[in-house]
Design a protein around this ligand. Sequence first.
Ligand code: ATP
Length: 323
Amino acid sequence: MTIRTCAHSGSRRIRNPVNAPAISIRGLRKLYGNFEAVKGIDLTVETGEVFAILGPNGAGKTTTVEILEGYRDRSEGEVDVLGVDPSMPTRAWRERIGIVLQDCEMLPQLTVRETLEMYAGYYRRSRPVAETIELTGLSEKADARAGRLSGGQKRRLDVAMALIGDPDLIFLDEPTTGFDPEARREAWTAISSMRELGKTIVLTTHYMEEAQQLADRVAVFAGGEIVAQGSPEEIGGRDKLPTRISFRLESRIAVSDLPPTFRAAAAADGSVSLDAENVTRALHEITTWAVDHGAELLDLKVARPSLEDIYLQLTSNNGEEGE
Ligand code: ATP
């Protein structure tokens, strides 16, 4: 991971036109020597949306995000971030961008309030410290030393540090990696509060649930390409895929006793998995059959493919690398 500071100092603020996309990428390529890490991607992030970047290790996520942040040069393509080419960053542009890394260095002996006061001093225009503390749910810990915070609270402070300069666009790098479920929920609340302020948020994550919970749209990277993008509900044609009805038969019941549609979808061990076009009709058929035969449909599930199912399908054959 590249070492960067977590907050930027800046001066005069600039604005991109209202309703212009926050980020626009056309034909972006990045070569490391002869190795093509990013292979001509196109991507648009609208102002005010939460955009999640997903993908296995080595997919090109960090490279792309660092190009957007102005910390890495590109080999080819057009990139516009808040109306500016990030390969020519200005201080005014940097002030509009907040970056939350996985491990923001903070001074452990400073309290939450002192930390934010220090960061606020880097900006000509900053958010009020007290308001930022409240917004990120740190009121009870305002006078606690940063070194004494729990993982979830530290992440809240990271978010507060990114917010203190009142940026328009915030990059979050795997915001909840290694968190327990409670800390993850806390971080999600803090991220949602940024969205409510109208900030544009780009986050990288390995957790499908996180993307599902937070993102308006997601892009799946694999092998340096974007293999799918869209809302968590529709990505990869998810919304159009059939719903799967699955169950197991009790051992005393033979597969050959099932209604024909279900018989064709049964395995020899009595497990049944049917992709149903008309779910209501299919469920009616099988439950009526079960009641008539005094049979229990064990472990009965009715589910659309999850975002995780789609993700695994999209990335399974596409340039995945081990860690
Ligand atoms: P992860 O989820 O593991 O962080 P990623 O999707 O962020 O992965 P990148 O860090 O962008 O992936 O790396 C994409 C590819 O480029 C990988 O094959 C990586 O080894 C390679 N790569 C990244 N940085 C460099 C570099 N400085 N020099 C050479 N190759 C690099």
